[in-house]
Design a protein around this ligand. Structure first.
Ligand SMILES: Cc1cc2nc3c(=O)[nH]c(=O)nc-3n(C[C@H](O)[C@H](O)[C@H](O)COP(=O)(O)OP(=O)(O)OC[C@H]3O[C@@H](n4cnc5c(N)ncnc54)[C@H](O)[C@@H]3O)c2cc1C
Length: 387
């Protein structure tokens, strides 16, 4: 077996959490976290519901000082609802600070772009090489994913230093705006009484995001909601949503390199969010018995991916109904229908833990799309629209 540290390639959400969890649980394991950027975590705000956080990773999450709210809201036409499920948010700066505070300097590297990686080493862009006992690929999303049919959640978010209009709790979906581009909604995250993130989000089959146009829409939405103040930090996202795919093409059994995070498709098929899975995987990794060899890690991470893929087949089916059976302007009705369900079912939907009864509840009632269109979508018939 090759000697050397375990190399965690990419110090974003998944790699950073994996390193923090290992350092906490098994500090005797030698590892090095290698990040191409000048800070760990990049420029993100990672949010999720309280109920997405696996108990095994609660302490790990707490070390990132998340901002918490006791409830959140959704709004569809005249129907608005406050749901008593907590929501939380982690700024990428907190991940960076936690890594600097808890991981010794010799175990972390910034400004170290990786040109190539293999199961036992990484070659850096500056021509140097780091050899290790294993490499985990945590380099994040890389656009289209081989073997996967995807749709996208596109958004632009602008943070305002606001003098008015900041809601008390997050608005995770206000789907009242015109349905431009697909299923479109406003997302509001009130970090403080005078600071709010305003996002224009839409679900689409087209990954092209026109940032200036959508930024103008954010400004208009903020004004409509009475949010006055100064715009600051902007974030943009084009998050994958899974419709279908062949897991063996995406991640062949012969691939010797373990993966975590978006590099391993560890995301919720209907939201593109990955923080809950990144927390769970980090906790699982840190509980694996030492030594963490490349074959052990490759088998463990691919096994976790296959279990996740299998457990989320219902979400891909729903996505096909959403994107293939409903024209872009009609997709809102599917979410409006979903949000009539009880809070526990909503929580299990987002944490990816639906029961058979939940699935029945989601599919029952007056269908929000035509039966003919639904049958065509289920038969795999692609629609004529491109959004
Ligand atoms: C703006 C935005 C907001 C999001 N909000 C949420 C949210 O609220 N909740 C949620 O759950 N999900 C959210 N997501 C989706 C997803 O969870 C994030 O993309 C998440 O950061 C993915 O984690 P990751 O570790 O796979 O990738 P990343 O966090 O992107 O980490 C990958 C890291 O690898 C580094 N890297 C890449 N290539 C190299 C290389 N060649 N050499 C060295 N380093 C390299 C990158 O610099 C980066 O730091 C959001 C995504 C975006 C873009």
């Amino acid at each position: 077996m090759c000697k050397g540290p375990l190399i965690i390639a990419g110090g974003g959400l998944a790699g950073g959490l994996a390193a923090l969890a290992l350092q906490r649980a098994q500090p005797e394991i030698e590892f090095v976290l290698v990040e191409g950027g000048s800070s760990f975590g990049g420029n993100h705000t990672w949010s999720c519901f309280d109920t997405d956080v696996p108990p095994s990773a609660a302490e790990l999450l707490a070390s990132l000082s998340p901002r918490r709210w006791p409830a959140h809201q959704v709004r569809f036409g005249a129907h608005s609802r406050t749901i008593e499920i907590g929501y939380l948010s982690v700024a990428s700066e907190r991940l960076h600070e936690a890594i600097i505070a808890h991981i010794p300097p010799e175990r972390r590297r910034l400004d170290s772009a990786i040109a190539r990686l293999a199961a036992d080493h990484v070659a850096l862009a500056d021509g140097s090489e780091i050899a290790g006992s294993a490499v985990i690929d945590c380099r994040g999303p890389a656009g289209p994913m081989p073997g996967m049919e995807l749709a996208w959640q596109n958004f632009v978010g602008i943070e305002y230093d606001a003098t008015s209009g900041v809601p008390a709790v997050p608005m995770v979906m206000d789907a009242t705006p015109d349905q431009i581009g697909g299923y479109r909604f406003v997302y509001l995250l009130p970090f403080a009484a005078d600071r709010v993130l305003v996002e224009d989000t839409y679900y689409t089959l087209d990954p092209a995001l026109d940032v200036p146009t959508v930024s103008d829409r954010v400004a208009a939405l903020a004004a409509e909601r009475g949010i006055t103040g100064t715009p600051g930090r902007t974030e943009t996202g084009v998050l994958p949503l899974a419709l279908d795919g062949d897991p063996a093409v995406f991640w062949p059994e012969s691939d010797p390199v373990p993966r975590l995070g978006m590099a391993g498709a560890f995301f919720h098929p209907t939201t593109g969010y990955s923080i809950g899975l990144a927390l769970r995987n980090a906790a699982e990794l840190a509980a694996l018995p030492n030594p963490l060899s490349a074959p052990v890690l490759a088998q463990w991470s691919r096994g976790a991916f296959l279990r996740h893929w299998q457990a989320t087949s219902f979400f891909r089916l729903l996505n096909r109904m959403l994107f293939w059976a409903a024209p872009p302007g009609e997709r809102r009705r599917i979410f409006a229908h979903f949000y009539r369900l009880d809070a526990d079912t909503v929580a299990r939907f987002y944490s990816g833990q639906l029961t058979a009864l939940d699935k029945l509840r989601i599919l029952s009632g007056k269908p929000p799309v035509g039966v003919g269109a639904a049958m065509m979508a289920l038969a795999g018939r692609r629609p004529s629209w491109r959004q």
